[in-house]
Design a protein around this ligand. Structure first.
Ligand SMILES: [Zn+2]
Length: 477
């Protein structure tokens, strides 16, 4: 049986994989199967997408609907950031922050193992094995699961290098740990490496700048180290799946959304309720506590009058909200669905380095990079498969998404899992599988609303393939 390496490259855009800037990754892309129509889930932020990869579910179903969010079954009056300390508190009270099993939980049933090295956020790493299964090892610069592993790592490999501008030293250390310790010594069925760049660098520098190219080349050289390991060790049992959680846009304006909403709507709402605002970079989740339909309508009227307002998705549990599209159409429905989710407005504008895709943002600086919105430069992401089970020199143009990663991993491991994933097995990229192409249809949703002189009009188009849904286009007019 072959094994799987999941290599996550945070914030990598498909267009950034060029022979000039990422020669190692470019060679893998050309040699294996590249999925040229791959999609993130919305909001296009890291933890939401990583959890979708590792559970095979939309955010509404797995329960982590934002990097910051209200966890209604935990505390309806609190906006929680998904970082390790907060996740641990949530887990203590409600058993698990995730509503479905992730790959570690599933593997445990088969006596198989998962091991990850992750130099991204503590919350992202912790969510790989938040139930602390014995079958899952997680290594992060600040902690390990199990925590007894941490001193052993330090004594064998030395202290973690400090964080730096592009984290070159950290990345080298992490890749050494990954090849020596995880692949060679632990040799789990699923191994995972999560690289925080180019995301970290792009958050404080323009796309297409020298700094961002340098970050790409540092990441690429470590991909080269991984390739070297695979060649010199003679491992021919490793399928490698290279993914990014989301793409990137350039910030065209910064909006203090919490301050704005609270100051403008203070008088419009009753004193006994509160609008909770959870900013997620290029998108915002809103919660009205306790729920009041009139307040949601007031909020929608306020938002559609703003130049930065993009697509609006609302909970339609208590009936449709005019002008909004049901959160279920973007996979955000479930017990933790936001009452309203707004993508900031995106456009095709180019930045000063001629990189396309611009968006308003709840944080950061104008001209620097951002993500989180439903714009195409953010929801289109990277997926490449390479190894014994993937077709060689192959391009799959059918829509695929981060929700397909877990079901495809289990297919590669030869496990028939009795779980109703939202994603599908991407058989069209694999050898010796039924190659009948899945049927693909397009669905479109349209909503309008008038407020004063403003006519707000939005559209959402999705691909539906084998029951899986991928965002194709979403815009306001
Ligand atoms: Zn980011």
């Amino acid at each position: 049986m072959n094994k799987v390496i999941l290599l996550g490259i945070d914030g990598l855009k498909p267009s950034q994989i060029t022979e000039l800037h990422m020669p190692n990754l470019y060679r893998i892309l050309k040699a294996g199967t590249s999925f040229s129509n791959h999609h993130s889930v919305f909001p296009t932020v890291t933890r939401v997408n990583t959890v979708s990869m590792l559970t095979g579910c939309y955010p509404g179903n797995h329960g982590l609907v934002g990097n910051t969010m209200v966890i209604k079954d935990y505390d309806e009056s609190l906006v929680v950031p998904a970082l390790k300390p907060q996740i641990e508190l949530v887990n203590e009270k409600i058993k698990s922050i995730l509503l479905v099993p992730n790959v570690v939980d599933i593997l445990s049933n088969y006596g198989m193992r998962f091991a990850a090295v992750n130099i991204g956020s503590s919350g992202n790493a912790y969510l790989h094995n938040q139930n602390l299964s014995d079958n899952g090892i997680v290594i992060h610069p600040e902690f390990t699961i199990p925590n007894t592993l941490y001193p052993e790592i330090i004594s064998r490999f030395g202290e973690w290098p400090d964080k730096s501008q592009n984290d070159e030293a950290r990345l080298k250390y992490a890749m050494k740990l990954f090849t020596y310790h995880v692949l060679d010594e632990l040799n789990p069925e699923i191994s995972m490496f999560w690289c925080n760049n180019p995301d970290s660098v792009q958050h404080y520098s323009p796309l297409g700048s020298d700094l961002s190219y340098k970050a790409l080349s540092i990441v690429d050289s470590q991909i080269g180290e991984l390739q070297k390991y695979m060649q010199t060790s003679g491992r021919d049992d490793l399928n490698i799946m290279i993914v990014s959680d989301h793409g990137y846009s350039t910030i065209k304006g910064v909006v203090d959304i919490d301050g704005f909403v609270k100051s403008k709507l203070f008088r419009a709402i009753k004193f006994e309720e509160e609008i909770l605002v959870a900013p997620n970079g290029g998108s915002v989740l809103f919660y009205v506590n306790p729920y009041n339909r009139n307040t949601v309508n007031t909020l929608v009227d306020y938002l559609i009058n703003q130049s930065w307002c993009g697509n609006l998705f609302a909970s339609h549990e208590q009936g449709p909200i005019e002008g909004t599209i049901d959160v279920a159409k973007v996979g955000l429905n479930g017990i933790r669905e936001p009452d309203l989710a707004m993508s900031f407005r995106w456009s095709n504008e180019f930045n000063k380095n001629n990189v396309g895709g611009a968006v308003y943002s709840s944080s950061g600086s104008i001209g620097d990079g951002q993500h989180g919105s439903i714009g195409p430069t953010e929801h289109r992401s990277v997926f490449i498969g390479y190894g014994p089970d993937f077709k060689e020199k192959n391009v799959v143009v059918n829509p695929t998404g981060n929700i397909d990663i877990a079901p495809t991993i289990f297919e590669l491991l030869g496990i028939e899992v009795n779980i109703d994933f939202d994603g599908r097995i991407i058989k069209e990229g694999l050898i010796n599988r039924n190659t009948i192409s899945p049927s693909i249809k397009k669905e479109s949703y349209h909503a309008t609303r008038t407020s004063g002189m403003i006519l707000y009009e939005q559209v959402l188009e999705v691909f539906v393939s084998d029951g899986s849904v991928y965002i194709d286009d979403a815009r306001v007019f």
